[in-house]
Design a protein around this ligand. Structure first.
Ligand SMILES: [Zn+2]
Length: 478
């Protein structure tokens, strides 16, 4: 009989260890996540320019990331990706020459990627809605004002008609791009004939009204750009586990829009770095043992392109990848304070997403945690999709089922509502249980995606995203 007491104690202590050690580690992990450090990393990265892969700015950003990993105790590796065409917009000028009242009119305007260099010239402005009144004769030798982003086929139509440049603005019913400009690329080519400027909705409408009143508007413009082949640099840091099977935590390191890209995607890079720092820190302090599986942290030199290169190079070991966590835009959400885990309609994501959903529910509303969290159906458009079947097929790679998830706090420049995938309504979601509203950023792919409008305005988003993935990994890899 007397032996029962110690056995009971052992049982209780085993139970205690299983039930409380993990939450204790989760608490220690969450406590170490530094909001200030996350914000500072975004400021630092944005100061380096648009960080496009293969450009001097991209090289500097890769070096910054490399040094950060090293200072956290990792032995990082830089991969030189294959060559691709890229560009730098060195300087450019856009002015309204006539009427004089528009002096100093343009602010926060943009120049499309892969625009050519052109010397200073002036041209009359002509308003065109190609769906309504496309008359080639009006466009010849003119600067063309268009009320939407210029798709490549429309661009070619303007070129063929002899336009000298295009000024494009994007109407948006939720206030995005109102006093700042969306950003875009021309076809990736060294010989695009004319530049495209992107201008704010407010300025676009003012100019359109001026033209409608019968006034003549003269635009003066010049550009100095370079289009060249460059090799993006991807940086990898590894937290060794007991097994060489691994989880991958990643983010694209470039501002794919060509703008400052604080939210898209300096925020994601900052999140990966912070996660790597805290794990290493907890390991060094003996709070965490060696993980059962390895964790690789990767900052891609170029969105899509570098992840494609990586899986092509690692085609033999795709089976070792247990799951991908991709951060893309974790800096702001205009209308909700939600962390999203995508995509719950991809069957192989179920295991990891159930854990994430539980993490979302366990911590919702707690101090220094998210106000809302939910999984959502696949939307596409980011690096996690490179690891999924369709993409592997496209690259003729073995059809391995890799769970691949994107974590974010906003997408696009307008809110979008989708039916929730059946069986996935989350207790941490405050909206309708059968639908999910994807929050947006008014600064998405724009000239004002800067820290002041995004990460500094909602400084809590990045720590939330780091905690969500960190706690999920504590439950999966330890
Ligand atoms: Zn992105």
């Amino acid at each position: 009989m007397q032996r029962k007491a110690p056995i009971l104690l052992v049982c209780i202590s085993v139970l205690f260890t299983f039930s409380f050690a993990q939450p204790l580690n989760e608490k220690k992990f969450a406590d170490r996540v530094s909001q200030e450090r996350l914000l500072q990393t975004v400021r630092d990265l944005v100061r380096l320019g648009n960080r496009l892969g293969g450009t001097p700015s991209g090289d500097k950003a890769a070096e910054y990331v490399f040094k950060k990993f090293r200072s956290y105790g990792y032995v990082p590796v830089t991969i030189e990706d294959s060559e691709r065409l890229t560009y730098t917009n060195e300087r450019w000028l856009l002015q309204v020459e006539e009427p004089r009242k528009f002096k100093g009119f343009f602010k926060n305007e943009g120049l499309a990627g892969f625009s050519p260099s052109v010397s200073a010239r002036s041209a009359p402005l002509v308003y065109v809605d190609p769906d309504v009144d496309f008359e080639p004769a009006r466009i010849e030798s003119a600067a063309v004002l268009v009320p939407f982003p210029v798709a490549h086929d429309i661009y070619q139509k303007f070129v063929d008609a002899g336009a000298l440049c295009v000024l494009s603005f994007a109407l948006n019913n939720v206030g995005s791009y109102e006093g700042w400009s969306f950003l875009t690329d021309l076809p990736s080519s060294t010989d695009n004939p004319i530049p495209v400027f992107t201008i704010s909705v407010r300025n676009g409408e003012t100019l359109r009204n001026e033209l409608a009143s019968g006034a003549e508007v003269i635009i003066k413009f010049s550009t100095k750009t370079s289009v060249f082949m460059g090799r993006p640099k991807t940086v990898v840091a590894t937290l060794e586990g007991r097994s060489d099977q691994y989880f991958l935590v990643c983010a694209h390191g470039d501002s794919d829009s060509g703008g400052p890209g604080a939210d898209d995607n300096a925020s994601g890079v900052s999140g990966v770095l912070e996660l790597a720092r805290v794990f290493k820190n907890l390991g060094a302090g003996k709070t965490l043992t060696k993980p059962n599986q390895t964790i690789k942290f990767i900052i891609w030199g170029s969105e899509y392109f570098s992840a494609e290169g990586y899986i092509t190079q690692h085609s033999e070991e795709l089976g070792k990848i247990l799951g991908v966590f991709n951060y893309d835009e974790i800096g702001i959400g205009k209308t909700r304070n939600c962390v999203y885990f995508e995509g719950n309609d991809i069957p192989q994501n179920e295991g990891i997403l159930r854990v994430m959903q539980k993490v979302g529910e366990d911590y919702v509303g707690k101090r220094r945690f998210w106000s809302e969290a939910t999984t959502n159906p696949a939307q596409g458009g980011t690096d996690s999709y490179v690891f999924l079947q369709d993409y592997l097929d496209k690259l003729s790679l073995p059809n391995v089922e890799i769970p691949s998830i994107t974590v974010y706090t906003a997408a696009w420049s307008t809110p979008k509502t989708f039916p929730q995938t059946e069986g996935w309504s989350s207790k941490a979601w405050k909206g309708h249980r059968d639908s999910v509203v994807i929050d947006f950023s008014p600064y998405y792919h724009s000239t004002l995606d800067v820290p002041a409008t995004t990460t500094e305005r909602e400084p809590f988003n990045m720590p939330w995203a780091v905690k969500a993935v960190g706690i999920t990994l504590l439950r999966l890899a330890w």
